[in-house]
Design a protein. Structure first.
Length: 365
């Protein structure tokens, strides 16, 4: 019996782990356990995703919660070390680029347990982003680096990672999207919000660079206000963004934007249905850039760079940074039917998890 622990912590991790868990279940000689660090703890940021994605309750929840980066990362390491030291699994899998990812990878590597990183090699080359530091460090600690797109392979080779450790396997987040697409189409979210398909914009926002600074947040609200003259703007609000709107006393200003709909974080099915039917998406999320590329929905990314290079090269994604004029001009172009067309990148075919598990099983036996 081979024992594998997958560590998850924050919302986007859950979508990446679900297809892996499904494939592992087919192997009776593999015990696959999911350990939740508790980085995200609100039901609508965590529990609802386990339910929607058919994931079992985590085998353990470390209950770490929020905190400064050092505090959160440190607490995860203390708690996760106890588990790994006691259980001595054959492999620890970490996904994505959140604080839980780097914390758990570091614990496992120091205990001499092999580490697999799913979604390795992506680089924004902006080290002011906490996720970029998490990515670089996690990759340096990992034995198996599973990559979603060609730029990831190039980046890892430049950093001196041995090519035997690098596997271009595709995108587990897209595995989940494909698996859930039919089901998401029975969501009632459009009716509930009284939205016609392709008549509205979806906005998601949570990067510290955009929401932790008053001037950035105000600039984005100004842009949304102008866009909302042309179409409804639907805004599921991340807890960090909600907190910052409150801190900067911008809540009322936001709620006053005509034609805008402000929501709590949505379930996976509702959000996917909303994305698929949007005329335009404005986001600073990494996951949403990939999902819109797969769905062929025009996406404007409110960042200066992206680690998901393929979404620019082949997909529907365009960078607009925090340039208000550009955000508005590009949005109007998209709404006028001049959005960027794209194609689905290679290996984004719903089978990435199968490829990953195949490779791991060959190496673990
Ligand atoms: C984290 C990840 C980010 C990822 C995002 C997805 C890091 C460094 N960042 O950012 O890469 O894109 O998750 O959502 O790991 N909060 C709640 N309830 C929750 C979780 C958070 O209220 O369930 C609030 C807390 O006040 C917390 C704040 O949101 O301080 C931020 O949470 P945190 O986990 O630190 O980072 P995110 O901004 O969510």
């Amino acid at each position: 019996m081979r024992r594998i622990i997958t560590a998850v912590g924050a919302r986007p991790n859950f979508m990446k782990v679900a297809p892996l868990h499904r494939v592992f279940k087919k192997y009776p000689d593999i015990s696959h356990r999911i350990i939740h660090t508790g980085q995200h703890y609100d039901d609508n940021m965590s529990k609802v995703f386990f339910e929607d994605l058919g994931l079992p309750e985590p085998d353990l929840d470390l209950g770490v919660g929020s905190g400064s980066h050092g505090e959160q990362t440190g607490k995860i390491m203390i708690e996760f070390e106890e588990v790994v030291a006691a259980e001595r699994p054959d492999l620890v899998i970490v996904v994505g680029d959140v604080n839980s990812t780097v914390a758990c990878a570091l614990v496992a590597a120091k205990l001499g347990i092999p580490v697999a990183h799913v979604e390795a090699g992506l680089r924004s080359f902006d080290r002011s982003m906490p996720e970029e530091l998490n990515r670089v460090l996690t990759d340096a600690l990992s034995d198996f680096l599973f990559v979603t797109e060609p730029s990831g392979v190039t980046n890892l080779l430049h950093e001196g990672v041995a090519k035997e450790k690098i596997f271009l396997v595709g995108n587990v987040m897209i595995d989940t999207l494909i698996a859930c697409r039919e089901k998401s189409r029975s969501s009632y979210i459009l009716q509930m919000l009284n939205l016609q398909p392709k008549s509205f914009a979806v906005i998601t926002l949570h990067r510290p660079l955009n929401v932790d600074r008053r001037e950035s947040l105000e600039l984005i609200l100004d842009a949304v206000e102008q866009i909302s003259v042309r179409c409804k703007a639907v805004f599921p609000v991340h807890p960090r963004t909600k907190k910052m709107l409150k801190t900067f006393k911008l809540e009322e200003r936001a709620l006053k934007i005509p034609n805008s709909i402000w929501l709590d974080p949505l379930s996976y099915f509702d959000f996917l249905h909303l994305l698929e039917n949007a005329a335009l998406v404005l986001t600073d999320s990494g996951g949403v850039q990939q999902e819109t590329t797969f769905l062929g929905v025009p996406c404007l990314t409110l960042r200066e760079q992206t680690e998901h290079q393929v979404t620019l090269e082949e997909g529907t994604n365009e960078l607009v940074g925090l340039d208000e004029e550009k955000i508005i001009q590009k949005s109007f172009e998209v709404l006028g039917g001049k959005g960027k067309a794209g194609r689905v990148p290679a290996l984004w075919d719903g089978k990435a998890a199968e490829r990953i598990v195949d490779i791991l099983i060959k190496h673990l036996h």
